[in-house]
Ligand binder design. Structure first.
Ligand code: NI
Length: 176
């Protein structure tokens, strides 16, 4: 298996909607998920979507116990979501700092819905569903954007709040 190279902003494959995974493809998706997981762990990410390793299918994984990149966030259980569908539970939204393995070294303040419901399939084809709040909900919305060909800088409302991690970290006195 091993890790895969992460596509960076500028790559066309990050700007196009991904295809749905059909039932017959589920068996081969297992190896993609293993590669996603190893790549995410090697890069210390908290989530990753298949288009980020050049595979334009609707697959995301996320979850962490403790993250160096987001040290103040509560753990999120490791989850594989294939063909995810998100729905908004309330119109309430909040801004939060976000980064992306495909946009290395940069972060931006991105508005996201506070609470969402999600459903999708696991590797066995079972239905996975749940409700997520706060950073957990943010991660799922971020990864789902990858499946639509959207990167977080496109969501930033005020580009004054888009910058280099090291500078932001110092000026804010650590990650919020
Ligand atoms: Ni990302």
């Amino acid at each position: 298996m091993g890790t895969r190279r992460i596509m960076k902003m500028g790559s066309k494959s990050l700007c196009q909607p991904s295809e749905w995974v059909d039932q017959a493809e589920l068996a081969e998706v297992g190896s993609i998920v293993l590669e996603l997981r190893e790549t995410m762990l090697a890069e210390k990410g908290v989530g990753i979507a298949a288009p980020q390793i050049g595979y334009n299918k609707r697959i995301m994984i996320f979850g962490f116990e403790h993250s160096e990149r987001y040290p103040n966030q509560a753990p999120v259980p490791y989850t594989v979501l294939i063909n995810p569908i998100l729905s908004v539970i309330s119109e309430e939204w909040e801004e939060g700092w976000e980064g992306c393995l495909s946009v290395p070294g940069l972060r931006g303040l991105v508005p996201r819905y506070k609470t969402i419901a999600y459903r999708g399939l696991d590797l066995q084809g079972n239905l996975v569903s749940g409700v997520a709040e706060g950073f957990h909900a943010r991660m799922i919305q971020h990864e789902n954007d990858h499946l639509e060909g959207i990167l977080f800088p496109q969501r930033i409302r005020d580009l004054r709040f888009f910058g280099f991690e090291d500078t932001l970290y110092v000026e804010q006195g650590g990650w919020l």
